[in-house]
Design a protein around this ligand. Structure first.
Ligand code: TYD
Length: 210
């Protein structure tokens, strides 16, 4: 453990498909390592052997909405128990591509899951626990859809959704940011990657090292 901080920090990245999270995650991980932090980079759904198997089902197998929400939280519970919480307790930093805000945005916002059911699952799976910082990459769905179409990879169950679905997902992310403005920071993602990277670096410096 090289970090001098007693407890690691938990940083999550969010946004609609095609928001450009991946390159920004890589930049933050590099920045944190340059500051001497031990960083564990992970993703949801996934992050553990079981979670990755659940991810395959979630991304490709048709299922009932409530099954989908519960499987997202089942994968998350495993991720927390086996990986996130032990890493934080050992002073490591954890950077995750998505966490519970994604369930709020996609299952509640996008698919119409009852918000009270989401809240019950969240309170069960991680009572009193939230990321230290969440970055939401925000951009118009039509810009994001063009990026997804250009990757050449065949779209999963979520990426195949239509524009109005992603309008609702986007709006739900922005609602979530309004509900927790200290934790959730919205970053305009329809800009040059270098400009976004600079803003993200400034937010991380202020929130985690300020
Ligand atoms: P992501 O890893 O961003 O996909 P990709 O590897 O294609 O960049 O996320 C996988 C998909 O799962 C994404 O479309 C959002 C969806 N998702 C939910 O619907 N709810 C959730 O709770 C999570 C974590 C992801």
């Amino acid at each position: 453990m090289s970090s001098i901080l007693a407890r690691g920090r938990f940083i999550t990245f969010e946004g609609i498909d095609g928001a450009g999270k991946s390159s920004q995650i890589a930049a933050v991980v590099e920045l944190l390592r340059a500051r001497g932090c031990d960083v564990d980079q992970t993703r949801e759904p996934g992050g553990t052997a079981l979670g990755e198997r659940l991810r395959e089902l979630l991304l490709h197998e048709p299922m009932d909405l409530e099954t989908e929400a519960m499987l997202m939280f089942a994968a998350r519970r495993e991720h927390l128990a086996a990986r996130i919480l032990p890493a934080l307790a050992a002073g490591r930093w954890v950077v995750s591509d998505r966490f519970s805000d994604a369930t709020y945005a996609y299952q509640v916002g996008g698919r119409g899951l009852d918000a009270a059911k989401f809240a019950a699952l969240e309170a069960w799976v991680h009572p009193g626990f939230q990321p230290d910082l969440t970055l939401v990459f925000d951009l118009p769905p039509e810009v994001a859809a063009a990026r997804v179409a250009n990757t050449g990879v065949s779209p999963d169950r979520f990426e195949r959704e239509q524009r109005d679905f992603f309008d609702r997902v986007r709006a739900a992310y922005l609602d979530r940011a309004r509900m927790a403005p200290q934790r959730v920071r919205v970053v305009a993602a329809d800009r040059a990657p270098e400009a976004i990277r600079a803003e993200v670096a400034a937010i991380v410096a202020e929130r985690c090292f300020g």
